[in-house]
Design a protein around this ligand. Structure first.
Ligand SMILES: Cc1ncc(COP(=O)(O)O)c(C=O)c1O
Length: 508
């Protein structure tokens, strides 16, 4: 068995083996009941110690991915064992009809659900969660929106309850085209397609442009919902590293030369999860490359208007002379996610294909909500809300940064995002955000472990902290708890390492 190991990496070898096998088992490359090589054979083949392999197998066993039969070997467990179903009416998996059981062998666990399961175990009575993709519910303009809906009902009556135009309510598309023109993206309402959230827009584009077995180039790390979406379509993900100026363009070019992807998916403004913005020259170079290699770009501008510092850079779509950018945005982050209104901008034959795909997916996005949204924007309430929300999120971001400055131990690094909802934090060398989680949740704080945002190799030393949902006081308390958990974790690790060092005769 060939397992790519990086012996220079800080990631322990047993964990590299564990992660490789875990991914192979989850994607069914190693089927149920497959007998893994003995620890002796694998360790000899990989040039590592037997204990390293045994540790990796033990991790897999603790996750229910393999079962070890003493004297016989280590076998891949059937999927039902690791997709453990919640007990329903006391039923065991084997009590389900066969067609239900068959589903278990065909399903896969989306990274988002995997993470939710990991986070669900907290038992603290008052946990503070920095883990979600959430905006602040207490900032939602619920009353204003209720009044707008009532006004729309008085104005439009029964018409508001029909399916409406399947491309979206025409005045809303006009309004969006107008807003985009103000941001340097000239477009026509006929090129705007209203979708049920931007997640649906991503899904439509992926369905139309990428066939199963094809590949998509993405930032690494990237939005977890995009990873899950592409995986659900059996699409291969080619990750390109991100630095403080966004996607590394030389790596994009190398990837384009090596293997022609069907699509480049990027979040250039306040990238989720790292918060970085793609530099202006990289934006231009990316568009040039996309044109040269004839690959469309899917630009997700989900956080673009949530800017707290500095000046906005032009969207990729605003720099796109040849129409190779498909632009996606949403009212979820800037207004309220429960509206489920997003949109995409595309032209040519693609627009028509996307429209047909939208039609087969859900016929149309809620007509009533689109009408209310259009009315809400037209009277200037949306812009006023956006200013209020940005002011509040800026304070919340600053509170998180101040708390990190005040409480985090040495070796923890982060970058202050100029907008968006999240801060990306790097733990001291060798500390895994997954391993730290039990300690943190005991203290009453949870976060999103960064490894879930990587399309392939999953480095564990990152975490994503969402500062948007909490007041500055609550954020301060949450970060204080997190720092306490980390200090405890580090001193426990040090205490565990000490006897080992002495045992190995290492003097310090
Ligand atoms: C980068 C990114 N794109 C798209 C979405 C989907 O949002 P929605 O479907 O609510 O518009 C999210 C949600 O968190 C996101 O973070």
């Amino acid at each position: 068995m060939r397992i790519p190991l990086n012996k220079k990496s800080r990631e322990p070898l047993y964990r590299q083996i564990h992660q490789f096998l875990r991914d192979e088992i989850r994607c069914k490359a190693l089927p149920a009941d497959f007998r893994l090589p003995s620890s002796r054979t694998l360790s000899a083949g990989l040039g590592v110690s037997r204990i390293t392999v045994m540790n990796a197998y033990a991790e897999l066993e603790s996750e229910g991915l393999v079962h070890i039969q003493p004297g016989s070997g280590t076998y891949v467990a059937p999927p039902a064992a690791y997709h453990s179903l919640p007990a329903e009416d006391g039923l065991d998996v084997h009590d389900w009809p066969i067609w239900q059981q068959e589903l278990l062998s065909r399903t896969w666990l989306p990274a988002r659900r995997e993470m939710e399961r990991l986070l669900a175990s907290t038992v603290h009575p008052d946990p503070i969660s920095f883990a979600g993709d959430l905006v602040a519910e207490n900032l939602f303009p619920a009353d204003e929106f209720r009044k707008t809906i009532n006004a729309v009902l008085r104005r439009d009556g029964q018409q508001a309850f029909g399916y409406g135009n399947r491309a979206g309510f025409a005045p809303l598309r006009e309004t969006i085209a107008h807003i985009l023109a103000g941001q340097g993206i000239p477009t026509s309402p006929d090129h705007v397609l209203i979708t049920s959230g931007s997640q649906q827009a991503l899904s439509l584009v992926a369905q139309v442009l990428v066939q199963a077995g094809g590949s998509v180039l993405v930032e690494s790390p990237t939005y977890i919902g995009a990873i899950d979406l592409f995986r659900s379509l059996n699409v291969r993900l080619m990750g390109v590293p991100v630095d403080e100026e966004g996607m590394r363009i030389e790596a994009v070019e190398e990837a384009l030369k090596r293997n022609k992807p069907r699509l480049i998916y990027t979040i250039p403004a306040f990238h989720n999860p790292t918060g970085v913005c793609m530099a202006a020259d990289r934006r231009r170079r990316l568009i040039n490359l996309a044109s040269r290699y004839n690959v469309p770009i899917l630009e997700d501008d989900c956080f673009g208007d949530l800017r707290y510092d500095g000046r906005a850079l032009p969207a990729l779509k605003a720099l796109d002379p040849n129409g190779c950018v498909i632009y996606v945005n949403t009212f979820s982050k800037m207004l309220m996610p429960g509206l489920r209104v997003g949109y995409l901008v595309a032209s040519g034959p693609l627009y028509d294909r996307l429209l047909s795909c939208k039609y087969t997916c859900d016929l149309a996005t809620s007509n009533l909500i689109q009408r209310a949204l259009e009315a809400y924007i037209s009277v200037g309430r949306y812009q006023a809300h956006l200013r209020r929300a940005c002011g509040a999120y800026r304070k919340r971001r600053d509170a998180m940064v101040a708390a990190l400055d005040a409480h985090m131990p040495e070796g923890v690094r982060w970058r202050v995002p100029k907008g968006g909802l999240c801060l990306w934090l790097r733990l001291p060398d060798g500390v895994s955000a997954i391993d730290l989680l039990p300690e943190a949740s005991e203290e009453g704080v949870v976060y999103a472990p960064g490894s879930f945002y990587f399309p392939a190799e999953r480095p564990e030393s990152f975490m994503r902290l969402n500062f948007a949902p909490h007041t500055p006081e609550r954020t301060e308390e949450g970060i204080r708890r997190l720092a306490r958990a980390l200090e405890r974790y580090l001193s426990r690790r040090k205490a565990e390492e000490e006897p080992q060092r002495l045992h190995m005769g290492v003097t310090v």
